[in-house]
Design a protein. Sequence first.
Length: 1007
Amino acid sequence: MPTFIETQFPIARLSLESYKERRANNSQTLTGLGKWWGRKPLILVRASILGMLMSASDNPKKDREIFLKILTMDDDSTWQRCKGEIPVASLREAAPPEIQEEYFGTRGFKQGFTDEEKEEIVGQIWESLTEEERQVLDSQRRRPVPDRAAFDALPYAERLRHCERPENVTGPTATAWAEINAHLTTSANSLPELVEQLGQRTFGHTPRVGDCFCGGGSIPFEAARIGCQAFGSDLNPVAGLLTWASLNLLGGGKDVQEEVMRVQAESLTAADRQVTEWGIEHNDLGERADAYLYCVEVKPEGCDYYIPLAPSWLIGEKSKVVTRWRRVSGSDRLQPEIVMVTDAELKLYKEKKGATVVDSRVIDPFDPNRSWSVEALRGPEGLRRWTNDDIVPRPDDVFQERLYCIRWVKTVTGINAAGHPVTKSVRRYAAPAAADLAREAKVLTLLSERFADWQRDGFIPSKAIISGYNTEQPIRERGWAHWHHLFTPRQLLTHGAISEICDGIPCSREARVGSLLGIGRMANWNSRLSRWVPDKSKEGGSDTFSNQALNTLFTYSIRPILKWDTAWPVLTGVLLNSHPLLAKVNPVDARDIQENCDIWITDPPYADAVNYHELGDFFLAWYDKQLAKAFPEWSADARAELAVRGDGEDFRRSMVEIYRNLARHMPDKGLQMVMFTHQDPAVWADLGMILWAAGLKAAAAWTINTEYAAVGVKKGNYVQGTVCLVLRKRTANEPGFLDEVYPLVEDEVKRQIESMQALDEDGEPNFNDADYQLAAYAAALKVLTQYGTLDGKEVEHEVFAVRARNEKSDFEAVIERALGIACETLVPHGLDNSWRNLLLVERYYLRALDIESRGERRKGMYEELARGFGVTDIRPLLKSDKANGTCMHTPSGFAAAGLAPLSGDNTEVLPARRGRAAAGAAHPFAASPLRHLLFAIRETSAADNSPEAGRQYLRDTFGQGYWGRRERFIALLEWLAALGNAVGMNEWITDSEAARILAGRLRNDQA
Ligand SMILES: C[S@@+](CC[C@H](N)C(=O)[O-])C[C@H]1O[C@@H](n2cnc3c(N)ncnc32)[C@H](O)[C@@H]1O
C-alpha cells in the first residue's frame, strides 16, 4: 500500500506554513544555536515524515483531511492556533525602557516603521522577557477576526498571519485525535504516540529517521521531536555541533536548558566584571561604550594624507548623525567630526555625500576629481599577507585601520510628568578623544600579554585560512591569512576573555557546548566583517553572515560587552513541550555511514552556491580546541577534500556512492526523501539519473515554495521552491525497453495529473502549473527508475557517459516526453473543444497566457512550457523575458510585426509540427491561424471596437475556410475576452473587449 506522500501532499498550505516559519527569522527554533546556511523548515520535515509514515487509503479526500488535522493545518486547528495579536499598549508596557523610548510614542509605535520592522521590535521585546512575563503578555491577545465563519472565509495565507506556528501549539485537540484514530485505526493522543504506532505497523519498531547531510540539524531535530529515533551526520564538525546542540540542548529538557542559561549568564557577568576592571569600555563621564565604529584608511601615492574609506559617512538616520573629516596641520591623519545635521543635509548623506569609496575607487575627500582604483592600490603583487603575530596592520601596510566614532550610553534617572521616578538611557555619538585612543592602546597591550597562551589553549583562533572560493576574498582584499585577522584586538580580547571564563566554570557537556556556541554567535555578530547599519529601524551592527560570503568592509562596527546580551545567549527561555529526545549525532563523511535507518531524509549540497566547508571554518577556528575537548572522538577538521560540491563528474560519482550507501542502510520497505532547491528545472534529469544509478526508484515529487508573499510573488525575489523527491529502494533490477516505456510514461503522467486535478476541484487550489510539470517529471522518473537497465544500457554507464553539448540521453528524452504529455493533458479551462485543432505553437501561446493570467511570471516556467510543446524560439512571442516578470505579447502589442501569410497546409490538425522556424523563414506562429485571429482583434481595437475591419480581415485571409473555422474562432475569442478580467492582466483589458465584440460579430455573420 502506498504511503500518503506517495499519492498526495498539501503543497499549498505547507508552502505557506514553511514561509511563515522562515519569516520568523531569529525566532525560528534552531537559529538561536548558531548560523548555518540552508536550514530546512521544521514544518516541512514534520509533514514529510508523517506523510511517509501514514498509509494512503482508497479515500484521498479523507486522507487529506486527516493529514491536515495531524499537522494542525485543518480549519478547526487553524482557528485554535489563531490567538490574536497582543495590543500595542501592552507591548509598550512590557518593553524595556530603551525599547519603549526608541520605538514607541504615547499611542503606539512611532511613525515610519514597516510591518517587518515592527515584527522585529516585537521579537526584541519578547526576547527581553522572562517566561512569566511572556505568559502575562500572551494572555492579553485579542483575536483579530472574532467571528469563526469570517475567519474560515479568509484565504489560508491571511489566516496564518494571525496564527501561532504548529510547533508552538500543543497539537491536535482530543476531538481531532478521535477522528484521526478512527481513520488510521490508531489510539494516539500525541504525535510521538502516533509516530510510534505507525512505525510499529510498518517497521516493527519506533521509526528510525536519518540525515547524512544534517547541516544545522532541522531534520534529525524535528524527527526526534515528533517521536522518531533520529540520526544525524555531516562531514563538517560545525554542523555536527549544531545538530548535537539541537538534540541535546533544545531537546535536553528543562533542567539542561536552565543550566545552559545559568552558565551563560554567569560567564557574561564575569566578563563584564573583567572588562570593567580593565577600564577599556568606560569613560570618565560615567558612560559606557555601546558601539565602536572603525574604518580602513589608505595613503595613495601623490596624496599627502591618509584617506579614511567608506561608501557612506552616514552614521544614524534616526539620530541624524554623520561623520565629516577635516585636515589637521602638520599631520597626515584626518580628524573625524561626528555631527548632527539637518534633514536636508541628512538626505545628501543618504545619497552618499562625501563618500570616499565609489565604484571601487578611492575618492579624495577634498578634491573629488582625484581618485585611485582600489585594485591598483593593492599593488601588482597584491597585499602583504599578515602573519600569525599581526593583530593590527603594520605601519607600512597599504590599508590601515582606525577607530572613528564611539556611541556612548548613560542611564539617567528623572521624574516624569506624573511625578514618578523614571530611568532612561541617553545615547550620544562622539569622535574618539585622546583617552579613548589610550584605551585602544591598552586593549592591544592586554591582548598581546595573553595572545600566545590563548592561542595555545584555543580561546582565540590560531588556524591559517585555507584559500578557496570564499576564503580567498579576505586574503586578497586585506592580506588576512589567519582566521583571527578577521577580528580586531578589542574583539579578540573580549571573546578570548569570555572563552577563558567559560572554560573555568564546572558544568555539564551540554552547558559547555552552549557556551561554545555562544562564542560562535559572538564571532558572527562581532567581527571585522560586521557591517554598521545606519537605517532608521536599526542603527546598529549586523552579522558577518548577513549574506553567504566573507565580504571585507571599509567600515565596521564592534560590540562592547553592553551589547552582548542579545548576541551571546543561545537560549532565551525554556522550550515549550521540551522532553529528552532519542537521537545520535556522528560527524562523518556520508560515504562512511554505518547506521541503518527506516527513512532517510537528505538535503544534499546539490550544485550549491554555498561553500559549507569554507564558511564553516570561520566558526571552526573558534571552536577548534574546545570542540576537541568536548568531543574527543570527533575530527575537528572540515575535511574539505571530501565535501560534495559542484555539479560535475566528481560530484555525480560522490552522490551515487553516497546514495548507494544509504540504500544499503535501509530496509526494503524503507523510504527516502531527497530535498533540493531547484533554480533550474533542467537539473532534474541529472539528479534522477544519480538516484537511479544508486539503486533507488522514484515514488513521487512535490515542490514546496518557501518565498511566498501573502498575495502573488514577492517582489524582486526569486520564488524558491524546495523539491521533495520521494524514493524507495529498487529491489529487483528488471530490464526496461524504450518502446515499452513510452506508453507507460504516458499513462502514469495522465494518472498523476488527473489525481491532482481531482484534489484541486473543490476548495482552494493546491497545485500550480509548476507542480503539474514537476509531477509529470516525477511520473516519468517513477516509470523509468523501476528498471535496472534501459535497452540493455546500464544506468550508471548512462550517468557518466560523455555527451556532446545538446546531445540528450535516452533518459532525458523520456523525461522531456513526459513534459510533452503533461502539456497536452493540461488544457486551459474553456478551450477543451478547440485544443485538438490547434498547432503546437498556438497551444504554447495560449497555455503561456493561461499561466500568466494566474500570476506566473517566472521565465523558467515559460521556457519549460516551450520544451513541452516543442517550441524552440519563444522570443518573438514574449513581451518581456525578465527572470521574474515574463509575459506574452497582447494582440495590439504584436501589432503587424511578424505576421506572415497563412501557410497552405495548416488548415487541419497539425499536432506534430514543431515550432522552429527554418533558416530565414518566418516564425511558425507568424503564419498560424491564431496569429491572424489576434491581428483581427488588433484591427477591431484600432477601429475603436468596430468589428467590421477585423471580420473582413478574417474573411479575406481564410477565404472559404473562414466558415469552417468560425465556431473555433468564436471559442478562442471568448476565451481571450475573459483574460482582461484576471488580476494583473491590465494590459489585456482593451484587447479583451475587442475580442468580445469581434466574437459577437462573428456569431451573427452570414455568408
Ligand atoms: C544543504 S546542507 C544541509 C542543510 C540541512 N538540511 C539543514 O536543514 O540545515 C548540505 C550539507 O552537506 C554537508 N556535506 C557536504 N559534503 C558532505 C559529505 N561528503 N558527507 C557528509 N556531509 C557533507 C555540508 O557540510 C552541509 O552541511
